[in-house]
Design a protein around this ligand. Structure first.
Ligand code: ZN
Length: 140
């Protein structure tokens, strides 16, 4: 490996791409029926007010996100911008160390690490720090 040596830098990996949709059932007509991707069971993440379906696509997955209510961040996102790419999720080897490093450099984090779908830890980094894309950092 070449490049800058930050501990574990070769262990970063795209985990999933999060897509905000109005309806999981409607989205599955395309992704499952027409495209033919496999589908994992639907899961509800109460604290984010979303229903989630993961579609394995090689290593990374596509995450379909549907709001569970009008006050969900996904509902607000769709209201403002319509359906579409909502975030990119990057797996990191040591979330605590990454969060500390980002805080030191003034990156804008939207939450402290907490457990999400599947029990993994995650934080969101605001688009103002990442080049305009909401970035989810996760550690399994
Ligand atoms: Zn996600």
């Amino acid at each position: 490996m070449t490049g800058q040596k930050i501990t574990g830098s070769n262990q970063f990996e795209i985990d999933h791409l999060g897509i905000a949709v109005r309806s999981l059932d409607a989205a599955l007509i395309f992704y499952r029926e027409q495209l033919g991707l496999p589908v994992t069971p639907r899961e509800t993440v109460e604290q984010e007010k979303v229903n989630v379906i993961m579609l394995p696509a090689g290593g990374p997955r596509i995450e379909l996100l549907e709001a569970t209510g009008p006050d969900s961040v996904i509902a607000k996102f769709i209201e403002k911008r319509g359906e579409g790419l909502h975030h990119i999720a990057l797996k990191v080897p040591d979330l605590g160390a990454t969060v500390e490093r980002l805080k030191t450099h003034g990156a804008r984090l939207l939450n402290e690490p907490r457990a999400g779908a599947g029990g993994h830890l995650y934080v969101f980094v605001h688009p103002s720090s990442t080049g305009g894309v909401l970035l989810e950092l996760i550690q399994e």
